[in-house]
Ligand binder design. Structure first.
Ligand code: ADP
Ligand code: LRH
Length: 480
């Protein structure tokens, strides 16, 4: 056929959704059919994902989607479920914000120095990389009993189809993949005692990933066979695939719970300067590298909203727009903000510690967060260009933060570059487009991007003001 309809399951750290994309000659439209909250649960043993509730949301979404030509699944990175020899899930997947990885990196680096780890895997240091999680779990009853490890989107696909695989873009976030060979870093795993046979065989975006099982068809009311297609199962890989760039000279910021800011490259940057600047080389579609930095993102605001009892976001953003700019900023790259809880107080503490005025009201705290994110965006995009020896003329903002007009304008101002905002549901669109491409309905990456630029509502923000104020603010939070 010349048209198709595809269900994208997209699980973010703050919400899950099922969207249906219809792709025809020169057309692309996306409809949200189901959205459900993603609420982690704190138990005595730590912070866990409520994975069965998420899976129920997926089934509800597929029922609402109706008959589709294929299904694809993407989610947040690094986390996994363990299966026993019977294929049953062993416990609730551990949340990447769980405290179990505290102090683990130092142990790992004693065996594989940080420099060697970066040279072998290209991944930035983040305490929650799967590698550190697996070292933290060493000798636990669950890991000892496990026969199979499935990353979250692969786990959902497995429950839908009965087939196990390890999709490459998300595998690249484990810190166990060599970005040059796009295969396992066997040496790293061996030195750390990580058993790679726990992982199912690697698969690439676009590969077939099985068919919905009979009981899934029954639960969802769909008529089989319904194929599942591997997509860029790391949500950020799907989102980058859906950046509606019309030039090669672009940077992107995927803004949701996290801000992932950087460049799409043909080869990894593994220099020592890149390591100390904490840039990561995650894998994208078609041999590309997502060269980017993780920034705390709208998590800072989500956590404040939670502690303020959930005030109206649009009203708060309007008030924040009236607050004096750059009054106080924090380092939005600081892992000190990783754990949940007490976020307004932690932000106030960081302002106090750097001798800045302490935000007093929710509007002031919100402004501090948005100024700080824009500042971190500026730093990441400036440094990525230097480290990769590439320059850009435009910054694309995709993800939920594309709805935040103040954040988009501040980012344009801070970067001194135009920002093109949208689509907000980039991960779902990238997921849909890879499925459509597997059926020959769209062409190469650039033509996917042209289709997005032509069909999706986008908003352009021109940079205003002088970047000197941003440089001065940066100096307040960077050690001399
Ligand atoms: P994730 O996939 O990590 O769960 P999303 O990409 O869905 O995150 O982004 C969620 C964030 O987007 C919210 O925390 C919120 O800050 C922002 N957002 C979503 N809708 C709006 C809106 N209408 N106005 C302002 N911000 C919004
Ligand atoms: C964003 C994301 C990001 C990862 C983080 C764990 O949803 O996948 O790319 O670093 O979650």
């Amino acid at each position: 056929g010349t048209a198709g309809s595809f269900a994208a399951v997209d699980l973010g750290a703050s919400s899950g959704r099922v969207m249906v994309g219809r792709v025809g000659p020169g057309t692309l439209d996306l409809t949200e059919v189901h959205r459900f909250p993603n609420r982690p649960v704190r138990l005595a043993e730590g912070l866990r994902w409520d994975i069965l509730t998420l899976y129920s949301g997926v089934l509800d979404g597929l029922r609402a989607a109706g008959q589709v030509d294929s299904v694809g699944v993407d989610s947040w990175a690094v986390d996994y479920g363990l299966l026993d020899a019977d294929g049953a899930l062993l416990g609730n997947p551990v949340h990447y914000r769980d405290a179990r990885t505290e102090g683990v990196a130092e142990k790992v680096w004693a065996t594989v120095p940080a420099e060697e780890l970066y040279a072998a895997t290209g991944l930035q240091y983040a305490p929650f990389n799967t590698l550190y999680q697996l070292v933290a779990a060493h000798d636990t009853a669950q890991l000892t009993a496990a026969e199979r490890l499935l990353l979250i989107p692969d786990l959902i696909s497995y429950w839908l189809t009965g087939e196990a695989g390890t999709e490459l873009t998300n595998a690249s976030t484990t810190q166990l993949i060599d970005p040059r060979t796009r295969d396992w870093s066997y040496d790293t795993a061996a030195r750390l005692g990580i058993d790679l046979s726990l992982f199912a065989p690697l698969r690439n975006p676009g590969d077939p990933a099985g068919h919905l099982l009979p009981h899934v068809l029954e639960e969802t009311g769909l008529t089989g066979p319904v194929p599942v297609t591997a997509v860029g199962s790391h949500d950020t890989a799907s989102a980058v695939a859906a950046v509606p760039a019309t030039t090669e000279r672009f940077a992107y910021i995927c803004t949701g719970t996290w801000s992932l800011a950087g460049l799409e490259l043909d080869a990894p940057v593994l220099s020592e300067a890149s390591r100390t600047a904490n840039f990561t080389n995650e894998l994208g579609l078609d041999g590309t590298v997502r060269y980017l930095r993780n920034i705390m993102g709208l998590w800072l605001l989500q956590e404040c909203l939670r502690s303020w009892g959930g005030p109206d976001l649009p009203a708060l953003l309007q008030d924040a727009a009236q607050v004096e700019p750059l009054r106080a900023v924090v380092d939005a790259g600081d892992a000190a903000f990783l754990a949940p809880g007490r976020m307004p107080e932690r932000i106030a503490d960081a302002c106090r510690a750097t001798g800045q005025p302490v935000p007093g009201s929710p509007a002031e705290t919100t402004r501090c967060i948005l100024d700080s994110l824009a500042l971190a965006h500026r730093r990441a995009i400036t440094e990525a260009q230097q480290l990769a020896d590439r320059s850009v003329d435009v910054v694309h903002i995709v993800g939920g933060g594309a709805h935040n007009e103040l954040l988009c304008q501040l980012t344009a101002d801070a970067c001194g570059l135009p920002v093109v905002a949208g689509p907000a549901e980039a991960a779902a669109l990238g997921n849909v487009l890879v499925q459509a491409r597997a059926r020959g309905l769209v062409g190469h990456r650039a033509s996917m991007r042209e289709l997005l630029a032509r069909t999706q509502p986008l908003r352009r923000y021109e940079p205003a003001g002088d970047t000197a104020a941003w440089r001065a603010a940066e100096a307040r939070i960077t050690a001399p």
